[in-house]
Design a protein around this ligand. Structure first.
Ligand code: G3H
Ligand code: 13P
Ligand code: NA
Ligand code: ZN
Length: 328
């Protein structure tokens, strides 16, 4: 059944677990997540970016998710708009049947330059009024996702248009979080603690100076009724990087967010954990391996089945690690 993010994360908070929110763009990704959820009896957050709706086509994406819900009637599913860049994107998602939207007002509509705090409050409060009127949940974002190693905010390649920000500018401030929640009414709040999107998060295994898991408890204490969200939470498993390289991929040395650090975050109050890159890496590794090992094969289903199995493995591992097993 389709449920709202608020319903699911209230349950997660009551029972002390976190829920992975996996990005979806196509049937194979949805298959892998739903199979993993069914095998572990876990609740599901499927999230789609504006780019995903454009890639699949709005109606295709909607019907794929409806098919998942029909196929797995006993698994609760949240359909969430990831990183809505404007109220218009959020309203489109609501009309398309999403049960949750993210209004990312931390950046201007170009999705690159940091927005002013007051603009973020206003645009997020506007979306809350609209969404809550029809039972849809809202996630806001406060602080700039980005690397504490380089001081670069925004973009995946680590050279955000925003240029360099100071260490403190990049992290979510607990006092500001309390004001933001009071003025907007968000159900969930994405926080900045040093993570960034994509495969290139850290040039070494992260330590406390570049991954601020220790800040989460203070933010949670400031906004105890708002569910905290960690973006950029792929772990970038070294074994998948090695497999991609083994079969001809060109991918540099890089490190993600260790699963045990995410688990520490969940113990401090994180309830939603955004993961896209790990599924991309697993699927790419499996497809490269299939094509390399079976050069005569030209049925794409062979590679896509391997990709689905690989992504399913990642999803099952995250459901188990985050405490979702048996919660559906
Ligand atoms: O936040 C970024 C997500 O990984 C979605 O990425 O815009 O390429 O679909 P995308
Ligand atoms: P990753 O790139 O670490 O998977 O993060 C995804 C994300 O935060 C989507 O909003
Ligand atoms: Na999101
Ligand atoms: Zn994100």
């Amino acid at each position: 059944a389709l449920i709202s993010l608020r319903q699911l994360l209230d349950h997660a908070a009551e029972h002390g677990y976190g829920v992975p929110a996996f990005n979806v763009n196509n049937m194979e990704q949805i298959h892998s997540i739903m199979q993993a959820a069914q095998a572990t009896r876990s609740p599901v957050i499927l999230q789609a970016s504006a780019g995903a709706r454009k890639y699949a086509g709005e109606a295709y994406l909607r019907h794929l998710v409806l098919a998942a819900i029909e196929t797995h009637p006993d698994i609760p599913v949240v359909l969430h708009q990831d990183h809505g860049a404007s109220p218009a994107v959020c309203v489109q998602a609501i009309r398309s049947g999403f049960s949750s939207v993210m209004m990312d007002g931390s950046l201007r509509e170009d999705a690159k330059t940091p927005a002013s705090y007051d603009d973020n409050v206003q645009v997020t409060a506007d979306v809350c009024r609209i969404a809550h009127a029809v039972g849809v949940s809202v996630e806001g974002e406060l602080g700039c996702l980005g690397s504490l190693e380089t001081g670069a905010a925004g973009e995946e390649d680590g050279v955000g248009a925003a240029g360099k920000l100071s260490h403190d500018q990049m992290l979510t401030d607990p006092t500001e979080a309390r004001d933001f929640v009071a003025r907007t009414g968000v159900d969930a709040l994405a926080i900045a603690i040093g993570t960034s999107h994509g495969a290139y998060k850290f040039t070494r295994q992260p330590t406390g100076d570049i991954l601020a898991i220790d800040r989460i408890a203070a933010i949670h204490a400031a906004v105890p009724d708002t569910h905290l969200v960690m973006h950029g939470s792929s772990s970038v498993p070294q074994e998948w990087l090695a497999l991609i390289r083994q079969y001809g991929g060109d991918i540099g040395e890089t490190y993600g967010v260790p699963v045990e650090e995410i688990v520490r975050g969940i113990r401090s109050g994180v309830r939603k954990v955004n993961i896209d890159t790990d599924i991309r890496l697993a699927m790419t590794g499996a497809m490269r391996q299939t094509f390399a090992q079976q050069p005569a094969e030209f049925d794409p289903r062979k590679a896509l089945q391997a990709a689905t199995q690989a992504a399913r493995g990642i999803c099952e591992a995250r459901f188990r690690a985050f405490g979702c097993e048996g919660q559906a």
